[in-house]
Design a protein around this ligand. Sequence first.
Ligand SMILES: C[S@@+](CC[C@H](N)C(=O)[O-])C[C@H]1O[C@@H](n2cnc3c(N)ncnc32)[C@H](O)[C@@H]1O
Length: 278
Amino acid sequence: MARLRKGIPTGRRARPRQVPRLRFGFRGSLPGLRWSDGGGLAAGTIPETDRVAIETAAIKRAPSVRLAAVTDWAAWHTPYDDPDSALSHRLRAVRAEVASGLDRASEGPVRLLSLCAGRGLDVLPLLSVHARGPDVRGRLIELDARNVEVSRSLAPDGIEVPRADAGSTDTYIDAVPADLLLLCGIFGNISDEDVARTAGAVPQLCAPGATVVWTRSTHAPDLTPAVRKWFAEAGVVETAFVTEGAGGWAVGAGTFHGQPQPLVPGCRLFTFTRRPPA
Ligand SMILES: C[S@@+](CC[C@H](N)C(=O)[O-])C[C@H]1O[C@@H](n2cnc3c(N)ncnc32)[C@H](O)[C@@H]1O
């Protein structure tokens, strides 16, 4: 993790006060992240200091421009190739909680719902090795076609991977109530209000006793205390909260013991604040 943080300090010093702070899901520059002032430069291909200089110049050129974060969600997965990356450390923590959820699951089919599933790496590889893997059925919802393709290639029978907008409750129809709900890599990319709304929707998404696994970085201002409270208010009893340390990733998990509610279709739980490349 120390390695990932290295790129940040020079950027901070070089940036004037009025420049909006970059908000990454993780501290440090991840491949595929890029910032757009209309030009669309790929940050993954330029040094951090140059990127900050470019960003600063863009602000000076057009002070009113609100920079929109553009993320290549396929390239975002690249750090998973390095077992020592912070993202791989987080992945292992997530998998451990997913495995615990499968250990706890009642006999019979285990219904899985993963929102913004990416390549499904947090759960699909587990299914072939965990004793309950053959019982798992469900849906991984993902918008990026390249990630969908990878997930589909890894998914066993009974797991569907629609290319769809996971922010809309319409995409959960027939996939809830879930026994295992994964909300990983979402909460750093949506507004705090959307995080609260999504946590508050757990009673619509989960069966009694279901396991919920979520992630959020702890970079300041650390939202994880609020996230834990929102899940608790939704009836999720925390079973784990693992962090890499201040400013690093956090993985939370819990079991749902609240009052289940019927799914309300046609609702928007969240909208990503980063947009994919044009
Ligand atoms: C930070 S990545 C997390 C991927 C995966 N859950 C993980 O933790 O490895 C966010 C993922 O959400 C996807 N995504 C973004 N907006 C989405 C939406 N509205 N509906 C479904 N997926 C979305 C992106 O394509 C990307 O794969």
